[in-house]
Design a protein around this ligand. Structure first.
Ligand code: THU
Length: 154
């Protein structure tokens, strides 16, 4: 049975603290992931869809790498935020990721697309948490192994 992603609030200390315990993150890491994923949206190049996506990766060494979607007039040439972030991270020599976060301007939170999940799987263990932030203060978090069941409708 596919898990139904719970909608949590980053304004709730209980939710954030539960998330941090479950996924082995510090409250500061959680806050950084949220802030950086949200800020990364501002760097999106999305004149065709106007759908901004920000992504941030946290390495086991404590480094954050951000990315955003980069669209193209030939739409399939578009690169999603997650793959931009992994491209930057990998080519800068980073390996070993503790968490992946994405942020969009919609609600409920959106999950990484199939190509991005495949890309994440190349570099992350199946138990890696994927945090999905929406336009408000809500988020969902699922491990990579089940995030494919959480394909929210745009
Ligand atoms: N997009 C992402 O950046 N990440 C995803 O996981 C799904 C979709 C982008 C691609 C495109 O620029 C826009 O969102 C609309 O599909």
């Amino acid at each position: 049975m596919a898990p139904t992603p719970e909608i949590l609030s980053s304004a709730s200390e209980t939710d954030v603290s539960k998330t941090c315990t479950t996924y082995n993150l510090t409250p500061s890491e959680f806050h950084q992931l949220q802030t950086r994923a949200s800020a990364a949206k501002a760097t999106a190049y999305c004149p065709y869809s106007h759908f901004r996506v920000g992504a941030v990766l946290l390495t086991r060494a404590g480094i954050y790498i951000s990315g955003a979607n980069v669209e193209n007039a030939s739409y399939p040439v578009t690169t999603c935020a997650e793959r931009v972030a992994f491209g930057k991270a990998i080519t800068e020599g980073h390996r070993g990721f503790k968490a992946v976060a994405v942020a969009t301007d919609i609600s409920p939170p959106a999950s990484p697309c199939g190509m991005c999940r495949q890309c994440i799987r190349e570099f992350c263990d199946l138990d890696t948490p994927v945090l999905m932030f929406d336009k408000d203060e809500n988020y969902s978090v699922l491990r990579l192994e089940v995030v494919s069941f959480a394909c929210f409708q745009l």
